[in-house]
Design a protein around this ligand. Structure first.
Ligand code: DXP
Ligand SMILES: NCC(=O)COP(=O)(O)O
Length: 257
């Protein structure tokens, strides 16, 4: 039995982080995106942060103009970012929480707590033909809010689970993974398309690829960091192979049931 494919969106933010550390143009996130596509990425993700600390407006414009695969724009749900997305028209917009002082995106979007502001922004983006996803914690309250906001997609935040795995906190990691499994099932049952991402490496990507409800992973930091040692193409091929192993294991298990 052939396992249904799981898409890989490669996040090129941290190529821009390295470029910005010295100023100038090298390394160029667009070149990284082109290498990623050649190595098997199904899409490219880039987070235009309000403080522009990695990806900048001009990067988004070039990615949109040059890429042949879907562009997923991660953005805060602010009027400024909505206006930029409406001009840029990426394939997808993933609404994420942002705090200036955070080192990375720390949690999911509190969709339930800001539904009144969020729903019209989701509608505006959707009406422009942009597929909206909400980057949320694997929490049933947030899934309800995503449905209420009219978002067709949720991206489940895998960061807490990945940190527990990396720290060797076995019980915590298992509990977090079970939350993700339940949330993926519930989200699909509510009619939402399910993506996942944040902090994934080949081990965690393989495990999460075994969930048939999850149809897309967005991965950046591990790939860009690993590229330093082995090149970006090789890192992406290794990640794709891990995802495929996860998918095939799940298919075999389903066929054996
Ligand atoms: C939303 C998300 O999980 C990532 O795309 C993250 O935003 C990458 O950029 P930072 O590392 O700056 O948070
Ligand atoms: N939405 C998650 C993402 O795009 C990549 O997160 P990370 O792999 O850079 O942690």
């Amino acid at each position: 039995m052939t396992a249904p494919k799981i898409r890989l969106g490669v996040n090129v933010d941290h190529v821009a982080t390295v470029r910005n550390a010295r100023g100038g143009r090298h390394p160029d996130p667009l070149r990284a995106a082109e290498i990623a596509v050649a190595a098997g990425a199904d899409g490219i993700t880039a987070h235009l942060r309000e403080d522009r600390r990695h990806i900048r407006d001009d990067d988004m414009a070039r990615l949109k103009a040059q890429l042949t695969v879907p562009l997923n724009m991660e953005m805060a749900a602010t009027p400024e970012m909505v206006e930029i997305a409406l001009r840029l028209k990426p394939h997808a917009a993933c609404l994420v929480p942002e705090r200036r002082e955070e080192r990375t995106t720390e949690g999911g979007l509190d969709a339930a707590g800001q539904l009144d502001d969020l729903a019209p922004r989701v509608r505006t983006l959707g009406a422009a033909g942009i597929r909206v996803s909400l980057f949320v914690a694997p929490d049933p309250l947030q899934l309800d809010a995503a449905v209420a906001a009219g978002a067709p997609v949720v991206e489940l935040h895998t960061g807490t689970w990945c940190e527990a795995v990396a720290a060797g906190e076995r019980l915590h990691a298992q509990a977090e993974f079970e939350r993700i499994v339940r949330a993926a099932r519930e989200a699909k049952a509510r009619g939402l398309e399910v993506h996942a991402g944040h902090g994934l490496d080949p081990v965690t990507a393989e495990a999460i690829s075994a969930l048939p409800e999850v149809v897309e992973l967005n991965i950046g930091h591990w790939l860009v960091a690993e590229a330093v040692f082995d090149g970006l193409g090789a890192a992406i091929r290794r990640m794709r192979a891990a995802m495929q192993r996860g998918r095939e294991a799940a298919s075999r298990e389903a066929a054996g049931r």
